[in-house]
Every structure is written in C-alpha cells, then in structure tokens.
Design a protein around this ligand. Structure first.
Ligand SMILES: C[S@@+](CC[C@H](N)C(=O)[O-])C[C@H]1O[C@@H](n2cnc3c(N)ncnc32)[C@H](O)[C@@H]1O
Length: 234
C-alpha cells in the first residue's frame, strides 16, 4: 500500500460488509453484547468511522429504536443499510471535518469500532504523535457533541499482551493476506491509553481472541477489546 495515500480513503471501493466485516465478526459480536446493556430506545448515537453503517446495523439487529449518525469519509458510506428500528444519518466526512460541522444532536453515546487506529493514522506522523493529535481531536469532538455523563463505547483491536514478536509477525502476514493491510503494535491502542486520555477507568472492559479465519481461535495473536467509558467532565 502507498504510504503517502490519504488514510481516510483506504477503504474506498472495499465491499466492507461482505469482506472486512466478516473477518472481524468477533469484534462486532463483542460490541453487540456490550451495546445491548448500554443503549436503549430513544438514544442518540454518533458512530465515528462506521464504514457502511456498521453501528446502525448492529443496533437495528437488536431492535432498538435509536438515531445513529455515521461519520465516515470513505465511499463505504454509500452502502446504505436497510433498517427497521434505527433512524440512520450518514455524513460523508472525516473526524477532523466533523469538528467544524454541526452534528444533528447532542449524543447520549459516541461509538467507535475498529476505527480509532485508522483515524489516528490520518495524521501522517509517527505513531505516538498521531495518537496525541487523535486524542486532542477526540476531546474537542466529545466536548462539543456528547451530553454530560454520556458514554464513549470503543471496540479496538490489538495484540495479545504476551504475544512474541514472531507471533505478531506471523499474525501480520495472515492479516495482510486476508485484509490487505496490517498494523504494527504501536499503531494499535491499549485500554491504558484510552483510560489515560479520558482520565478515568472504563465502566466495562472485555476482550476476547479474534481469529480472522474463524478456524484456529487458539492460535490468533489478535484480540478484540470493547470498553465503555462514562464521561462527566472530560
Ligand atoms: C476497520 S474500519 C471499521 C468500520 C466499522 N466501524 C466497523 O465496525 O466495522 C475503519 C473505518 O474508519 C474509517 N476512517 C478512516 N479515517 C477516518 C477519519 N479520519 N475519520 C473518520 N473515520 C475514518 C475508515 O474509512 C473505515 O471505515
């Protein structure tokens, strides 16, 4: 992949729902499990980097009558879901553009599933600097758009804590063959980084192995993590 390409366009032209989303279904199952206890009818949700409305799809499958706005810069947003209970508002913009855009409402919940690392990469610096800028932008977005006491619900991948460099290299080659790209450990986020940025511990944090092939759950070095933070005064 061309390192100079605009990372927010990386998923352009990808049939995300039928390829990428199938591979990371373990992440979506964990998100579904957590969301079922965290959101309810009438909630207003901002899904940042939702691809083809993945947050809206998951919430609709649960039959919850929520409003979900998707902030998504790639063309995957053109794959608009058929929804029964969710009202869906697709916005074809990046997180940075969203900082200068009036959102349709103040949200009860901000959702980011497997998108934080991709959004951070858009800053085109080293991984630490990218994350610093990302947290600065996210903080501005939250201050403007999340109701006091609202929740930030995060799904994020990373490597098993005790995975060796050899296991990570092996995992990266497999990920590249299945998804077309992979990430070094420092580009992915940890629960400690989110806790430190939000200056609070998560109300909920669960993780499970994520086998992209669905064949060898015992051998994957990838983890799916889901965390819920309640933010009173970020
Ligand atoms: C791995 S996909 C996750 C999609 C979806 N949230 C899910 O649950 O499967 C990462 C998403 O982040 C989006 N993204 C990349 N850069 C972004 C940015 N600067 N602002 C918002 N979204 C961005 C990508 O276009 C892509 O749809």
């Amino acid at each position: 992949m061309d390192i100079y390409m605009d990372n927010s366009k990386k998923f352009d032209g990808v049939d995300y729902k039928n390829t990428f989303a199938q591979s990371i279904s373990a992440m979506h199952e964990l998100v579904r499990q957590v969301l079922s206890a965290q959101i309810c009818n009438g909630d207003h949700i901002l899904d940042i980097g939702g691809g083809p409305g993945m947050g809206a799809r998951i919430i609709d499958e649960m039959g919850i009558k929520a409003i979900v706005t998707n902030i998504e810069p790639s063309t995957t947003i053109n794959d608009v879901p058929n929804l029964l209970s969710v009202e869906y508002i697709p916005l074809h913009i990046s997180l940075k553009e969203a900082l200068d855009t009036r959102m349709p409402y103040t949200a009860d919940c901000i959702l980011m599933v497997s998108s934080a690392h991709e959004i951070a990469l858009c800053n085109n610096m080293g991984s630490m600097e990218n994350k610093k800028i990302f947290f600065h932008d996210l903080d501005s977005f939250i201050r403007k758009n999340l109701a006091p006491g609202g929740k930030v619900i995060l799904g994020f991948p990373n490597y098993r804590k005790d995975a060796s460099m050899a296991e990570i290299e092996h995992q990266r080659r497999l990920t590249e063959s299945l998804l077309g790209h992979s990430h070094p450990p420092d580009e992915l986020f940890t629960i400690e980084e989110f806790s430190s940025a939000f200056n609070t511990l998560p109300m909920v944090f669960i993780q499970k192995p994520m086998d992209l092939t669905h064949e060898n759950p015992g051998t994957t070095a990838l983890m799916a993590n889901v965390a819920v933070f309640r933010l009173n005064n970020i």
